[in-house]
Design a protein around this ligand. Structure first.
Ligand SMILES: NC(=O)c1ccc[n+]([C@@H]2O[C@H](COP(=O)([O-])OP(=O)(O)OC[C@H]3O[C@@H](n4cnc5c(N)ncnc54)[C@H](O)[C@@H]3O)[C@@H](O)[C@H]2O)c1
Ligand SMILES: O=C(O)C(=O)C[C@]1(C(=O)O)C=C[C@@H](O)C=C1
Length: 363
């Protein structure tokens, strides 16, 4: 039996546990310092076994996954490596920053274990084991940051285990990883939070701000609802990179102010054109969340029964919708529906069907 110990069975740890649990030859043990959490993991069937004892969880483990907030990673590593570990045990983490934990692993006594940093590029604004899903990592990228001291055999073993997540494994150097995710994940979280708080301030004097906030505001601010402790740790940990990115962001914002002061129409168009083109190239269909898998948007006239008709047509053609969301709906104005499917083939069939019914489909 291969024993997998997961420390911190929250959104990410719980999702990994669900990917491994029930697979032949794998036994998943969850750890929490809180007895009520241990009971919850067992009641929800996320792990095979759960304990509050660090030593019991780590004993004889072939793989140890550290799925706690970034600020707690090093203390967990130190506590675990002071325990008797199985020789050749692989310790990995899922932290959203990689350089500091990699550096700490290089300077500490790993007690016969091998450390390989990891970071699944999938997640959600939700947290806790309640939000865990076995589908979270499907088709997402999963970054590994092995340094030159990591034996190839260990990297191969971890890569093989992670096949159960359905993610694509990529190797990135830890420092480069932190720069890239700083720009594509951490900076957007800061911007979303700052924007929501700016509007929250206006709303204190006029609650129409909140009432009128529609698709645009929701789309750009979903991640502002992310877990405060998890994000406190990420931002503090990656602050050198983030301070540089924020300087560049400030310069970009000032440039936009100049364009507006000048009333420069062509530069505004140009900014939307270049941004739109780049965004079109994002690997949209590789996202790991169920709700964001294979999507299309359709314009619909705002009249009663239209949603029912679309759902019925899809059902009649045995096309399974995984989600349907009204993005915009106002009286007398065409609305937009977002339709999500679990498979490319279902999306393709839905698009053909909806177009044949004269709906306008976008991606
Ligand atoms: N949320 C995301 O979208 C996402 C995506 C990829 C990676 N990560 C990384 O995964 C790790 C876990 O994040 P998550 O989103 O699963 O968080 P979560 O809050 O859902 O889970 C965190 C787990 O760690 C435990 N924990 C242990 N020590 C803790 C402490 N001192 N403070 C708070 N919780 C503590 C909690 O009980 C919980 O089980 C973080 O390092 C995060 O950077 C998060
Ligand atoms: O989709 C989200 O809600 C996320 O915040 C996921 C997200 C991201 O920014 O893309 C957040 C943190 C991670 O470390 C990896 C992925």
């Amino acid at each position: 039996m291969t024993k997998i110990a997961i420390f911190g069975v929250g959104l990410i740890g719980g999702s990994l546990a669900l990917c491994f649990k029930g697979k032949p030859g794998l036994h998943v043990v969850g750890h929490s310092v809180r007895p009520e959490s241990v009971r919850k993991y067992l009641d929800r069937g996320v792990v095979d076994e759960a304990t509050t004892q660090l030593e019991e969880a780590a004993a004889d483990a072939d793989f140890i996954f550290l799925c706690v907030p970034v600020g707690s990673l090093e203390s967990y590593m130190e506590a675990i490596c002071a325990l008797p570990l199985k020789k050749g045990c692989i310790i990995t983490d899922v932290g959203s920053t990689k350089a500091s934990v990699a550096k700490r692993a290089q300077t500490m006594d790993l007690n016969g274990a091998v450390f390989i940093g990891g970071h699944p590029m999938a997640g959600s604004e939700r947290s806790g084991v309640e939000a865990a899903s076995s589908h979270l990592f499907e088709n997402a990228y999963y970054v590994l940051t092995p340094d030159s001291s990591a034996p190839q055999e260990a990297v191969d073993r971890l890569t093989e285990l992670l096949q159960h997540t359905g993610a694509h494994i990529v190797h990135v150097e830890a420092g480069e990883h932190d720069e890239i995710v700083g720009a594509i994940s951490h900076l957007p979280h800061i911007i979303a939070v700052a924007l929501v708080n700016q509007v929250r301030g206006y709303n204190e004097h006029n609650d129409l701000y909140q009432a009128l906030a529609a698709g645009g505001f929701r789309d750009i601010t979903r991640i502002a609802s992310s877990d405060p402790v998890v994000w406190r740790d990420i931002l503090i940990n990656n602050r050198t990179v983030l301070l540089q990115l924020l300087k560049e962001w400030r310069a970009n914002t000032e440039q936009f102010m100049h364009i507006l002061e000048e009333g420069n129409e062509s530069l505004i168009e140009e900014a939307f054109r270049t941004a739109g083109e780049f965004r079109e190239g994002l690997p949209e269909r590789r996202k790991g969340m169920i709700r964001a898998l294979y999507e299309c948007y359709i314009d619909v006239p705002d009249h009663p029964g239209i949603i029912g008709r679309i759902a019925t047509e899809l059902g009649n053609h045995r096309i399974n919708l995984s989600n349907l969301q009204i993005i915009e709906s106002r009286e007398d104005v065409p609305g937009t529906l977002r339709l999500s499917f679990r498979k490319q083939e279902e999306l393709d069939r839905a698009v053909r069907l909806l177009e044949s019914l004269s709906f306008k489909v976008h991606f």
